[in-house]
Ligand binder design. Structure first.
Ligand code: ATP
Ligand code: MG
Ligand code: MG
Length: 551
């Protein structure tokens, strides 16, 4: 139905395989375990794992764990779960950049011996100042010409914890006048007196991202090291390390444009703030654009993968992607696959005065209008039922085709009823409708008049109470973090969560966590995977029925 969007990396890899330059590709997905994965990461996951799947290659899962202060085992566990849930399998064991710390240290010593690295005593501020700017070259540190022996000795003492955190760093000796600031003697090691989730207290120094990434790729035999465009300027440095170290293979870095979605933050740091400030109920709050939040909201792995296929992969920044494209992907999945049910979100009692108290009638209704493989549902009807408050209006305009005093409406799958009397409480609120049934309308039109409206309903005696959570965008503006001078929290949508005490048809009573349904006329809903259980149902609205994505 939707034609695949262009994916320049896939095309390139295909050409390389056909041309014989590459026989088997090896990619990797390299998250830092400092937060949960978000929809932006899903793009990278689908790209890396997808390529390996489609091209008969391998994809590694490697934690880029060089910053112990910000990393946690809980994030590692969540990331593994998310990747698996999306339906991808990594090749071999879960890997860690920290697995290579010994090798990286030996390579740092190698650079020192080759006079290509030195220990610098400048402070972080001084290093920044000496580095220069885009228009002004940097100037060499006074420590740049230390001897090999002194550098080796200092590095070892840094490693042993003899110095404080900002007293020394190890830097590559490249070119302080390079037009590319990344080549102006980049930092290779920092002192960090922090315990590491994988290596414990073994290390007092930690390698920088740049000194770690390419060499880890080389150790693992990665052929295509795919990353986002911010790293384009780092590529010369990535290659410098590969060319100046005795690495076992030569991976290639390829950049692509990151995903930006409107109304959505795709930055772990900002999402973490929402969690820490308790603006949301954890990383997997159904309003979060995290993979686990989307999962709780009711997204399927297939829908996220389809979305990633739809947006394609380009080098040019594609700007903001319309969130309607994401909701389209899940809506079309659920349209085809979610069984139907009736659920009244804001119940209004209806008493059918010409139906006997002990009247018993049950309809057999298809689980899905186009899927005879799905079980039929039993929908009981009786004297008392609920309709939605929004389906009744006391002073209805002419075009209101739902229920109003003296007007008729069809109960879905059942009879036409007429509203005869409106009952209010002392405050004037409508609390009950007294209606009568036209028994000659089951499965056929009434005689001599047209009844246009059809409303959903639930038998009051058989219905199951449930909590239904209606979610909306967390932010009210397209790009909440666009303006650097305005706190993105100012754009929070205060109505991003509305909770309803609803009543659903009995077929919902046994819903298991993560079961998905279309509540007819209301949208698609998913039983909360943590909170919902039979007898205490909690449903999250995944998405409404109306599709606004047009292409
Ligand atoms: P964040 O800024 O949210 O912390 P990150 O890039 O620092 O993201 P990593 O854990 O390093 O987070 O990301 C792992 C991989 O996911 C990287 O290869 C990165 O390029 C990719 N990635 C992260 N965000 C996006 C995005 N919005 N679109 C596409 N790929 C992304
Ligand atoms: Mg990163
Ligand atoms: Mg980051």
């Amino acid at each position: 139905e939707t034609t695949p969007a262009p994916n320049f990396i896939r095309n390139q890899v295909r050409d390389e395989i056909e041309g014989g330059q590459v026989t088997k590709i090896v990619t990797r997905f390299p998250p830092e375990p400092n937060g949960f994965l978000h929809i932006g990461h899903a793009k990278s996951i689908c790209l890396n794992f997808g390529l390996a799947e489609q091209m008969g290659g391998e994809c590694h899962l490697r934690f880029d764990d060089t910053n112990p202060a910000k990393e946690e085992q809980a994030y590692i566990d969540a990331i593994k779960e998310d990747v698996s849930w999306l339906g991808f399998n990594w090749t071999g064991p879960v890997r860690f950049a920290s697995d290579y710390f010994d090798q990286l240290y030996a390579w740092a010593q190698h650079l020192i011996r080759e006079d290509k690295a030195y220990v610098d005593d400048l402070s972080p501020d001084e290093i920044r100042e000496y580095r220069g700017t885009l228009t002004a070259p940097g100037k060499p540190s006074p420590y740049r010409e230390r001897s090999v022996d002194e550098n080796l000795d200092l590095l070892e003492r840094m490693r042993n914890g003899e110095f404080g955190e900002s007293e020394k760093v190890l830097r590559a000796k490249i070119d302080m006048a390079s037009p590319n600031i990344n080549l102006r003697d980049p930092i290779l090691y920092r002192i960090r007196h922090a315990s590491h989730h994988q290596t414990g207290d073994k290390w007092k120094i930690y390698p920088s991202y740049d000194f770690t990434h390419g060499q880890s790729d080389a150790i693992e035999g990665i052929t295509h090291s795919i990353c986002t465009l911010e790293f384009e300027d780092h590529r010369p440095l990535y290659e410098w390390f590969l060319n100046n170290l005795p690495v076992p293979s030569k991976p290639r870095q390829i950049e692509f444009a990151r995903l930006n979605l409107d109304y959505t933050l795709t930055s772990k740091r900002k999402l973490k703030l929402l969690v820490d400030e308790q603006i949301v109920d954890g990383w997997d709050d159904p309003r979060m654009p995290t993979i686990s939040g989307m999962r709780r909201r009711g997204y399927t792995p297939a829908s996220i993968r389809k979305f990633c296929e739809m947006i394609g992969v380009t080098r040019a920044d594609g700007g903001l992607v319309d969130i309607a494209m994401l909701t389209h992907a899940i809506r079309s999945d659920l349209e085809d696959n979610a069984p139907r049910a009736m659920c009244v979100l804001k119940p209004l009692k209806v008493v059918l005065t010409n139906v006997a108290e002990d009247h018993e009638e049950v309809y057999e209704v298809p689980g899905h209008p186009a899927r005879d493989d799905m079980a039929m549902r039993k929908v009981p009807f009786g004297r008392e039922l609920y309709i939605d408050q929004d389906d009744f209006m006391e002073d209805a305009p002419k075009k209101f085709f739902r229920l109003a005093p003296g007007k008729e409406v069809r109960l879905r799958n059942s009879y036409v009823i007429r509203c005869d009397e409106v009952i209010k409480d002392d405050a004037g609120e409508v609390v009950e409708l007294r209606c009568s049934v036209d028994f000659d309308t089951l499965g056929k039109n009434p005689e001599g008049r047209k009844v246009k409206g059809v409303v959903h309903w639930v038998s009051a005696t058989h219905g199951v109470p449930m909590e239904v959570r209606l979610y909306d965008n967390l932010f009210m503006v397209e790009q909440p973090d666009r303006d650097k001078d305005v706190d993105f929290l100012e754009h929070l949508n205060t109505e991003s969560l509305v909770i309803c005490q609803a009543i659903g048809e009995p077929s919902l009573a046994d819903a298991a966590p993560e079961d998905r349904f279309q509540f007819e006329r209301m949208g698609y809903f998913c039983a909360d995977r943590h909170l919902s259980k039979p007898g205490q149902l909690v449903f999250n609205r995944t998405v409404g029925l109306k599709d606004s994505w047009a292409k």
